[in-house]
Design a protein around this ligand. Structure first.
Ligand SMILES: [Zn+2]
Length: 155
């Protein structure tokens, strides 16, 4: 059977959004993997998911994979098109951010002080850069869309 593999990849990736769970901002998500085997292998080759050759019934979606999945799902199945840019990190900032334990990173992303909302709100992460020995995360408040930032000092 001849078919457009790239189109199948795009639709499969879009459908993974429906079965995605354990979403953590900046860290991808997990998704159930009941899809065509060869398609999943191609999505793995493209860097969107973890290696599907594992016993677990779900696969990890990379941050890029999750954001692309959401974008494609909205394009094909909702008619809305809203591209969420992949967070831009400098090399040093990414290294520092990855040193922070995953649970702490998740807490940080869930409660960033928003001056407009006057409370801790979830952050849409846009960029990370080092300022001296501190990591500065910038993004927008998921509640009001205002700009928020979080400084993580060197321990
Ligand atoms: Zn806000």
């Amino acid at each position: 059977m001849n078919y457009d593999e790239n189109k199948v990849d795009e639709f499969t990736l879009a459908l993974l959004y429906l079965v995605a769970h354990e979403r953590a901002e900046g860290m991808g998500a997990r998704a159930w993997k009941g899809f065509d085997w060869e398609t999943l292998n191609r999505l793995y080759d493209k860097g969107y998911i973890s290696n599907p050759v594992v016993k677990a019934k779900s696969i990890a979606m990379t941050e890029e994979g999750f954001l692309k999945s959401k974008e494609l799902f909205e394009r094909y199945f909702t008619g809305e098109i809203r591209t969420i840019p992949l967070p831009k990190f400098t090399g040093a900032a990414k290294k520092r951010w990855n040193q922070v334990p995953e649970r702490v990173r998740k807490d940080i992303m869930d409660t960033v002080w928003c001056t407009r909302c006057r409370t801790g709100t979830p952050m849409q992460l846009l960029e990370g850069a080092m300022s001296g020995s501190s990591l500065v995360l910038r993004g927008t408040c998921k509640r009001c869309g205002g700009e928020v930032a979080r400084v993580i000092e060197q321990d």
